[in-house]
Design a protein around this ligand. Sequence first.
Ligand code: ADP
Ligand code: MG
Length: 623
Amino acid sequence: MSSVIKILPEQLCNKIAAGEVVERPSSVVKELVENSLDAGARSIRIDIEGGGKRLLRVSDDGCGMVQDDALMCLERHATSKISTDDDLFHLSSFGFRGEALPSIASVSRLTLKSCASEAQGGVELYAEGGQVKRVVETGMPRGTIIEIRSLFFNTPARRKFLRRDETELAHVQDVVLKLALSSPQTQFRLYHNDRLLIDTPASKDLAERIASLLGRATSRELLQLESQGSDNLSIAGYLSRPDCSRSTGSAVYTFINGRYIRDKVVQHAIREGYRTLLPKGRYPVTVLFISLDPTQVDVNVHPTKHEVRFREQSRIHDFIASSIARRMSPSDWVARAATDAVGETGQDEDLSSAPPTPPHAPAMPVSSPEGLWVGEQLASYRPRIGTSESKASSVVSGASVDSFSPAPVASLEPVAVDCVELPPAEASPGFFASLQVLGQYSNSYILCQHEGDLLLIDQHAAHERIRFEELKGQFFSGCLSSQALLFPQIIEMSPADAELLGRHLTSLLRLGLEIEPFGGNAFAIKSVPALHIEEDVERLVRDLIDDISTQGASFLVEEAIESTLMLMACHGVVRARQPLSEVQIRALLGAMDAVDFNSHCPHGRPVQVRLSSREIEKMFKRT
Ligand code: ADP
Ligand code: MG
């Protein structure tokens, strides 16, 4: 029998490598821009067409290449960046594997123009599927222009995986944003189909770059952080005050030795640094640069260098967490929160989430900033949808929480909610309205008595559920009413968010939000859902944008609308930790009767918990 093992041809190797390095247009942009940065570019221009599938061009004013290098750079494992084993562990460049250009070339039509010195002139070469077809001399200023056309033209299977232009564009924007954050001194411009989407001039520092990319509004929410540890370990950058959080982690930007990396250890450390200051499910905005001795971190874990491996994981983790925790201690935002405080704020603990605070925890504000929001007037709530007689009678003696909700969850029938003013229900009080109110506990829970049992109602969860049902009813009946703001509120978005928002203005109108472009990346919010309170508007819009970016354009279709409405419901409802007057408590209970209640808030937390007299007696060993 003859032997069967053979060495693969070079072009096939490149295609295989392309499978790892080149996933989609944004990965090409990443590799090309990193090369430009490695070449010392001061200005980088990115042009893409058709989401980058049709054309993708990166032009820089970096050091350029002489003719031989320009030919050489398409060879596999050809790099100018490292030459010895040792170099691999002292990396100071983005690239080092010498893989990107040959991989990209192998799956596209590539034109490369480069000039290392104007006196000597430049070179232009054209390659198809990695085969160089043409080399000519050309005149051009110093720098490099690499143009990729018809990505994956020779690998149809991979081309099939590419998504719609908008999706690919969003990925490209994301990559450019991260690279631009990593290199504030370099000018970046991104054009899509000749439309300028990102335009950030050379900035004098990171703060200026953040303001230019993420918007001035966001940059005003940020605190500066600078902390030096032992052995060249340091962290520097900006992070949001805990009262300015986001509903997704998409604005948590972290860089390790200048390279954007989303690492689990780092993410966890950041979370830990904020500890209980951030409400559950909320994320900060951060642009943080972690620097450490290159020998302490291995970047060569993954071909695209998205992951790293730390030598001393726990040391890095603890350093990041404690640096942030220290910054979060008595600072401006706490002082601000304290002066803004409305009503009493007691020393009580946050019962919902807080794990026991470690001894080195930062000083906590007396009440979480979230808790300082003024809820709307609960008294305005009254039963709206029919009466609730059935509920009162259907509550039987069972101790189970679920026994309060005999009816299936909210029917989506287009019941007339706010559109047609129903007369207040005058029938006998519903179950909740008939409860005997004992008082409020911890400014968060309403204590009630029902037939000898003790009932605890989570005021925030209850209100959220009410709001959710109302919004849902209004949405499906096509009459989600909105109210015009006295003064339109102007908000500034990052370029990527602005693009996203711009595309969804009509959909947002269906949610009762009237928003208009206001020049550049700014928008004017003109109307808000009628059930909404004003202070919240900007945050609501930002959260909705996060929602859209995770759910895509389908955020208003049946399956997805619930989560969007939940998000809206969560805004502006009465917070946990807010003292309520008796009138307000009564109004809340009355409103609870008006919705088809199942015993959970839209987020799935229980709204009410019942302790039977038997259970209480057992606690006191009376049985
Ligand atoms: P790596 O970046 O890992 O070295 P690449 O395949 O990305 O590998 O690039 C190969 C080489 O081509 C680089 O090492 C560099 O010398 C050269 N090169 C690529 N892009 C540029 C550019 N924009 N300006 C100058 N030189 C470049
Ligand atoms: Mg490279």
